[in-house]
Each structure stands twice: as C-alpha cells, then as structure tokens.
Design a protein around this ligand. Structure first.
Ligand code: FAD
Length: 345
C-alpha cells in the first residue's frame, strides 16, 4: 500500500521549474475593486521584487476592462483580463474553471487570493483542481530567496501558535490573506504595464448556479476596516448598554465602535463589529480597547493599529503588554472623564 502511495505521490510531483511569477486575484464586485486586492498587490509587489519575477493581476468579470489601469497603477506588471457575460457575477463553477485554466496555461509560481467570502470559496477549489496546496487565512508572507519557497504563516490550534507552512513539491504556491492584514499598495498613475486578454471558453452548462438578484445589506454598518479611530468594548463593559458610552466617545473622535468576541457571543453587538482572528483585521490610527483583556485571538486583529490605548481595571491584563498608553481603572469612571474633556475642548 505504501508503495502505491509513493508511486502516486511521485506521479503527482510536477516539474515545478516552469512556474514563474506572482499572481494576485483582483477580486471585483459589481465593477469595484475590493480593498484586499490592493493590499495583495502591495504584498505581491514586495515578493516579486525579492525573487526577481513579474507581478500579475488576474481580472475576471464582464465589462471590467477599465480596472486594468488601476491594477497597473497599484503595482502589477501585467494584467490577465478575462471578460465574459457568464463572469459578470461570481459563480463557483465559472470562476474556478476559468482561473484553473489560466493557471495551467501561464503557470505562476505564487497565487494570492483575498480571504473574502468569494476567495474562501474559490481558492480551495482551484487548489484541488490543479493539484496543489493552499494555506488559508495567512497573516504573514515571506520568501526564502534561495529556493523561492513562500513561507506562509497563519494562526493554528485556536490561535495558540503561529504555523509557518510551505508547499515544497507542487506549484503554484497558493495562499489566502484576510482583508486588512497587509498594507495597501501605493498608487502610481505613471506606471506602465501589459494587458493580456484571455478567452473564457465557458459554456452555459459549465455553470450550475444562477444569480437571480443581489440584495444589498440593509443595516447600516460602519466599516470598521476603513475607520481611522476604533473604540472597542469587551466583556469588562458588564452590560450591553455600555456600548452607548463607547459610541459617544467614538463620535467625538470621528470613529466607530468595535468589539471583542466575548461580547458578540453575549449578543451585545453584531458580529460585523468583531475584531480578531474570527472577526475583522483592523489597522486604525487609534484603537481604544475598553474592558478587553487582550487574548491572542483579539490581538491578531488589532495589533497593527498605529496607537493602542487600553483601559482595564486589572493592571496585569495582557492588553497592557501591547498598549502604547495604558489606563488602569474602571471604564465607567475613565470614559466619562475622556468624553467630558473632549467636550470642553
Ligand atoms: P475577557 O477576557 O473576559 O476580559 C474582560 C476584561 O475586562 C478583563 O481584562 C477585565 O479585567 C476587564 N474589566 C472588567 N470589568 C472592567 C471595568 N469595569 N473596567 C475596565 N476593565 C474591566 N476573541 C476576539 O476578541 N476576537 C476574535 O476574533 C476571537 N476569535 C477566537 C477564535 C478562537 C478559535 C478562539 C478559541 C477564541 C477566540 N476569541 C476571539 C476569544 C478570545 O480567546 C477571548 O475569549 C476574548 O477575546 C475575550 O474577550 P474580552 O477581552 O472582551 O473578555
């Protein structure tokens, strides 16, 4: 049995030397480039420069050609553009077929995809179809410049360890990265690049699902991933109503509220506001953590903030280890003082 397995493994090992270049899946929704694609272009550019290869963006959709310029301005040397009516809306079948074919034809050595709902659906299917590995939800990417291996780091075992994963025998090396983890690429309108148009070769029967209607989310949720100031609350608030105080402070500072998972689980606030490993990754200029202990899974989502202020009544709370400013005290004493001071200014 072992011999059969070994034979199978040997057969599956591809000639990986023919795989070249870094690809970023340029996710667009209804013609709008998703922020994670711009972040991945920034990261992809760094990796491509380190190993001395081209960076390409892969753009699928219908009438999305106008996005080419943006992708080049954000760092792509090449754009692979595939337009087709069947690609107007994302479908698992359509996008998997087209992107797998493109990878098999052009053979990139690294493929980066945003860990959005679409990316999380698409990337594993492609990896399975083209017989390669995938590291999901990476928080750090590095390259071993000697053998061009991509070192893909992600939290494992409930966030208790950071695991660095490599894909030694298969290509491309595929990773998904969550939105907000990497820094956005800088735009340079003067950059020039090449556009390669690819035919979709899709038949209607290739797609087994049909998008009938897109209904926009009704609730008005502040986008915590774009916010410059976040005032986040944890279990230390003691009650749901505590968020009213946080909202007051957030409004004064032109920011939004965020939350730890503990209070989302308690149903004090919607999951859309959760920061952390199983919530959102944020990089505001100011993050005020109120009654949050600083569990590793929470830190995973906010430690990239420029300035962290922690308010906690326990001087030994782990949040103080990463805070730039720490206030030991009761949130219900400190927050009104802060709000009062801001009101007087
Ligand atoms: P607690 O840990 O209970 O901390 C409350 C803090 O408030 C304490 O430090 C206390 O000293 C302080 N306090 C109490 N009263 C006051 C007061 N009156 N004034 C000031 N301070 C006060 N957590 C996340 O946040 N985001 C995630 O995405 C996430 N993902 C997870 C994924 C996995 C797989 C697992 C296992 C866990 C995850 N968690 C996540 C949960 C995480 O481990 C912690 O349980 C959670 O972050 C704790 O939330 P908290 O800090 O609000 O509550």
């Amino acid at each position: 049995f072992e011999a059969i397995l070994q034979e199978k493994e040997e057969k599956e090992v591809k000639d990986i030397s023919s795989y070249k270049g870094v690809w970023v899946f340029a996710e667009q929704r209804q013609g709008i480039l998703q922020p994670v694609a711009i972040e991945l272009l920034g990261e992809g550019r760094k990796i491509a420069d380190e190993i001395g290869v081209e960076l390409a963006a892969v753009l699928l959709g219908d009438n999305v050609k106008y996005l080419e310029k943006q992708l080049i301005a954000y760092g792509a040397d090449k754009v692979y553009l595939c337009e087709d009516r069947e690609l107007k809306e994302y479908t698992t079948d359509g996008y998997t077929k087209v992107l797998s074919q493109m990878i098999n034809t052009y053979k990139p050595e690294i493929v980066l995809v945003g860990a959005t709902h679409i990316g999380r659906d698409l990337a594993p299917r492609i990896a399975a179809r083209i017989n390669t590995g995938l590291t999901a939800d990476c928080t750090k990417l590095e390259v071993d410049t000697e053998d061009k291996k991509l070192l893909q780091t992600r939290p494992a075992f409930g966030g208790n360890i950071m695991a660095t994963i490599i894909c030694p025998n298969h290509r491309p090396q595929m990773a998904t990265v969550r939105s907000g983890v990497m820094t956005k690429a800088k735009k340079d309108e003067a950059r020039r690049g090449e556009v390669i148009t690819v035919a979709a070769d899709l038949k209607q029967e290739d797609i087994r699902t049909k998008v009938i209607e897109i209904i926009k989310q009704q609730k008005s949720i502040a986008n915590i991933q774009e916010a410059e100031v976040i005032v986040a609350g944890g279990r230390g608030l003691g009650k749901k109503e505590g968020f009213q105080l946080l909202e007051k402070l957030a409004n004064k500072l032109g920011g939004v509220v965020g939350a730890s998972r503990a209070v989302v689980d308690l149903d004090w606030i919607d999951h859309d506001y959760q920061v952390g490993q199983t919530g959102k990754t944020v990089r505001p200029r100011l993050y005020i953590a109120c009654g949050i202990s600083g569990a590793i899974q929470h830190l995973a989502g906010m430690q990239g903030a420029e300035c962290i202020v922690a308010i906690n009544k326990n001087p030994d709370a782990p949040i103080f280890k990463i805070a730039d400013y720490g206030i030991v005290g009761d949130v219900y004493e400190i927050l009104p003082l802060l709000i009062d001071t801001l009101e007087k200014e």
